[in-house]
Write a protein that binds this ligand. Sequence first.
Ligand SMILES: Cc1cc2nc3c(=O)[nH]c(=O)nc-3n(C[C@H](O)[C@H](O)[C@H](O)COP(=O)(O)OP(=O)(O)OC[C@H]3O[C@@H](n4cnc5c(N)ncnc54)[C@H](O)[C@@H]3O)c2cc1C
Length: 378
Amino acid sequence: MIWPLFVNCWVPANDPRTGCTVRLHGPVNDRSKIRNKIRNDVDLGSKNTLGLPCIADYFCASADEDELAGAIAWARENKLPVLVLGEGSNLVLPARLNALVLQLTMTGYVVRSAEPDIVDVAAGNDWHQLVTELLAAGWYGLENLALIPGTVGAAPVQNIGAYGVEIERFVHSVRVFDMHTLRWLDMPRADCEFRYRHSIFRQHPQRFMITRVRLRLSRRMQVNDTYGALREELERRGIGQASATQVYDAVVHIRRQKLPDPRLEANVGSFFKNPVVSQLHYELLRQQYPGLVAYPQGADVKLAAGWLIEQAGFKGKSSNGVCMHPRQALVLVNQSGASASDVLAYADSVVAKVESLFGVVLQREPVLVSSDGFCSAA
Ligand SMILES: Cc1cc2nc3c(=O)[nH]c(=O)nc-3n(C[C@H](O)[C@H](O)[C@H](O)COP(=O)(O)OP(=O)(O)OC[C@H]3O[C@@H](n4cnc5c(N)ncnc54)[C@H](O)[C@@H]3O)c2cc1C
């Protein structure tokens, strides 16, 4: 249960539009208090869904924005990189991580009577739980994004998307702490540079800590049920004009059928993005491979990376405890105690074979973290 919060709003305290209580966020001067909250040598093995063994040199979990900002200032003083960790469902972690890892534990959401379609959501909420509760409370739009693992704070980072919908459509603004300037900002959607699996936050993975996401949702049901696999499932259920709840149920059902549960088979969902190629490149490939699975993407064409990987012979092929899933070739699975280097060596072999066959270079979807704490996002 996510309890609606009526504190921690970031509007000015005297804003006449709202009646909500406001905490102001000043600089934290008490460094010793912050240092006491930072733990050493914390095991992140159970905090990443790929199940990679990882020990973080420094770790701090907090629901308090001042404390988090203070911890970042402490890391800066100590010349340490900072990694903001959500549920670790889109990360490849090293065995040893020389960084300060921050976990944001604030939950809840805020709705103001003056703007009933805007829901301010705290970064530490579980995304799927939020989707479920907002739907039950009569806010519509997010149902296509049900069952995507992870936190609310991470959702704008790669502009999560599924079944024809991406979160960018609902983002009004994002509250961030800029770790370069040590200042709080409210970034409107236009400044977030959202694209397919991309945003300014992914572009600069260690610059912004997202503490809240403001979503503009509809109180009127506006259902998006045209995406191929979703429509097929609805038709199989005999549903013509679907309700938001029916879309939610169908999406949850499809995902449970299609994707391995990371609690049972360690994975980070799609390991590669679907590559986008020119129309000419697509036509040439299709002549050679008539079964090629592809979708229009503006003037270009998006290829199904899972199909390319399957054709390259990696579906279910295991090496050093790693394989592409036997039912879903786009999902890389850590079968038994693989390390980050095992995972990356396997992924490199997939990329090389797909490139040699199709002339397409696959890009990794999860963020890669190096042992000196730096993130690289393709
Ligand atoms: C089974 C499975 C299915 C998936 N399906 C989909 C899908 O359909 N669509 C999709 O888009 N993704 C999908 N994913 C990927 C993943 O769920 C999303 O990327 C999710 O948003 C990651 O959330 P997280 O909290 O686990 O982030 P993490 O993995 O912990 O972090 C990912 C990145 O976000 C950064 N980050 C995390 N929190 C914050 C914050 N508060 N502020 C700033 N940066 C932050 C991290 O530093 C890191 O760079 C799937 C993953 C799995 C395991």
